[in-house]
Design a protein around this ligand. Structure first.
Ligand code: SF4
Ligand code: SF4
Length: 100
């Protein structure tokens, strides 16, 4: 398992308090379920801007064990993209494990 934090290299959810210029500026996000549609659980809409200008977010934790990149509820991808899906932000790097 890699021990450095996976980066969020892009997020197009522009109405989130932590988003600026398609980047996420909190220290770390949490990705949650459901297992077939991993949401960004840190997403927040508020009138105030959040985050830290010169910080790019990492994945602090991911609860989605059905993803091939998940090991022990940590993300092992090189980097991830978060994007809008239906009415919520999802991890678009999610790759489901095949059940054969
Ligand atoms: S990754 Fe999540 S917390 Fe960060 S800007 Fe996108 S929706 Fe917001
Ligand atoms: S790539 Fe997989 S393990 Fe990493 S944050 Fe997304 S859903 Fe979680």
């Amino acid at each position: 398992m890699k021990k450095d934090m996976t980066q969020v290299y892009e997020c197009d959810v522009s109405d989130c308090a932590y988003n600026k210029h398609n980047s996420c500026h909190t220290l770390a996000i949490t990705v949650g379920g459901p297992e077939d549609c991993p949401h960004c659980d840190t997403y927040m809409v508020t009138a105030l801007a959040g985050g830290i200008e010169d910080v790019k977010a990492g994945i602090g934790a991911c609860k989605v064990s059905s993803c091939t990149m998940n090991q022990d509820f940590e993300c092992n991808a090189e980097s991830v993209r978060i994007g809008w899906h239906a009415n919520h932000p999802d991890c678009r790097t999610f790759r489901p494990r095949t059940t054969t």
